[in-house]
Design a protein around this ligand. Structure first.
Ligand code: PLP
Length: 413
């Protein structure tokens, strides 16, 4: 079944299992709804306005994005509540932020220094606009963010005393949850994150500084954070697809993984070895952390129990014992890290669980032409590094044949 239908798709290709993805969207939304917390999906995972729209339709309050380019694409597609979950530094970026601010109903970003906040405030003053910012807190991930109370207060006071900034609240990303070995440890990190944010919230309150929103987020911690009273917003991203890393953390099972890389066996050079046409440029170099299910190497092969033990750029080397692999055979691989793999492809095919063809939401040529013209405009004026249309030249022709639903992604932003 799989082999037959997939023959119309060249490999390596990205497949999104529609029903699995939709279950993931609704399950996370239910967690948010049941706990009266806002869900703001981090769309860096898929970078697709179409998929973000599905998340909003399910009940998400808005989107989070990782950078300005993603915000620009979401804004161009009509999203009106965008949180840039990152710090904006530099004149060019601040000009782009201002431009977005003119177009989008609500746009926020994070700050963790007076230097960065001041630069935004000055540019916004010149344009008589007010930018809403979160203070980013380091809750243990040790990336950006503040954790010294004195500095947090100082920054909050600076924001409050600046007419062109508005204090949105506290923001954190517990990325260190990815270094855990048990679900209990993940839960503890979610609790510690919340406790730290509540302490800061209360300390600021003593200075009459009100941090209205507390926005936290990661896929592993989301279901625990949602249950903690006082958290307003969860911001998971990966959950839409999940991946081997999430399985290893206990966030989901392999059956919940919606993203697959479809590959072809191109060689069986010796007994126990098969070579596929997907290497680092399709599967990424991301590995599952030590201490997790370390037997899974460069992704999880859905159809068999063999392992991809090595990869080079365009080749994957599979080692197997009790199975057989035939040249030309197609297999699907759940990637270790879905977000990075998504970013390696220009488009993906949406398939349903039985790999049947989908007619729903196939873009018409008209929509495609419109999208292309918009992308051309961005290419010329905003996103200098955009590739032509962000899509393959032949994509519209393929779609006219109503093959599997091919989602187009514009990954060069
Ligand atoms: C600031 C921020 N928020 C939220 C997320 C989403 O977390 P996850 O990838 O675990 O879904 C990320 C992920 O990198 C992030 O950096």
């Amino acid at each position: 079944m799989t082999k037959k239908i997939f023959t119309e798709i060249d490999t390596p290709a990205l497949l999104i299992e529609k029903s699995v993805m939709e279950n993931n969207i609704s399950r996370m939304q239910k967690i948010a709804n049941d706990n009266n917390v806002n869900l703001r999906p981090h769309t860096k995972t898929h970078k697709s306005p179409d998929l973000a729209r599905k998340q909003l339709r399910a009940g998400a309050v808005g989107v989070a994005v990782a950078k300005l380019g993603e915000a620009e694409v979401m804004a161009a597609h009509g999203f009106d509540d965008i949180q840039i979950a990152n710090i904006i530094v530099g004149d060019i970026k601040i000009r782009r932020l201002l431009d977005l601010h003119r177009k989008v109903k609500r746009i926020t970003c994070t700050v963790d220094s007076i230097v960065a906040a001041k630069a935004i405030a000055e540019a916004f003053k010149q344009n008589q606009r007010i930018m809403e910012v979160f203070i980013e807190i380091n809750t243990g991930h040790n990336r950006s963010g503040l954790n010294e109370l004195g500095k947090i207060k100082e920054l909050a006071e600076f924001i409050l005393n600046t007419d062109y900034l508005k204090f949105a609240g506290l923001f954190s990303h517990p990325g260190h949850a990815y270094n855990t070995n048990t679900i209990g440890q993940v839960k503890t990190i979610a609790k510690q994150e919340a406790d730290q944010l509540f302490t800061i919230h209360d300390e600021l309150g003593e200075e009459s500084i009100v941090a209205d929103e507390i926005s936290v987020g990661s896929t592993p911690t989301a279901r625990f954070s949602a249950k903690i009273l006082g958290i307003n917003e969860i911001r998971p991203g990966n959950y839409i697809f999940y991946d081997v890393i999430q399985v290893s953390l206990g966030s989901c099972t392999f059956d919940d993984c919606a993203l697959n890389v479809l590959t072809t066996v191109i060689s069986t050079p010796s007994q126990g070895i098969a070579i596929i046409d997907a290497g680092a440029k399709a599967l990424s170099l991301d590995r599952v952390m030590d201490g997790h299910k370390e037997s899974i190497r460069h992704g999880y092969i859905k159809e068999k129990s063999a392992q991809i033990t090595r990869i080079s750029e365009e080749h994957g080397i599979i080692e197997y014992k009790d199975e057989s692999f035939q040249i030309g055979e197609r297999i699907r691989i759940i990637p270790n890290h879905a977000c990075v793999v998504m970013n390696l492809f220009d488009y993906a095919y949406i398939v349903d669980k039985t790999i049947s063809l989908l007619s729903e939401s196939i873009r018409t040529d008209l929509e495609m032409a419109e999208a292309n013209s918009k992308l051309n405009i961005w290419n010329a004026t905003v996103l200098g590094d955009f590739n032509v249309n962000g899509l393959r030249q032949y994509a519209p022709l393929k779609l006219r044949n109503r093959g599997p639903d091919r989602m187009l992604f514009h990954m060069k932003y």
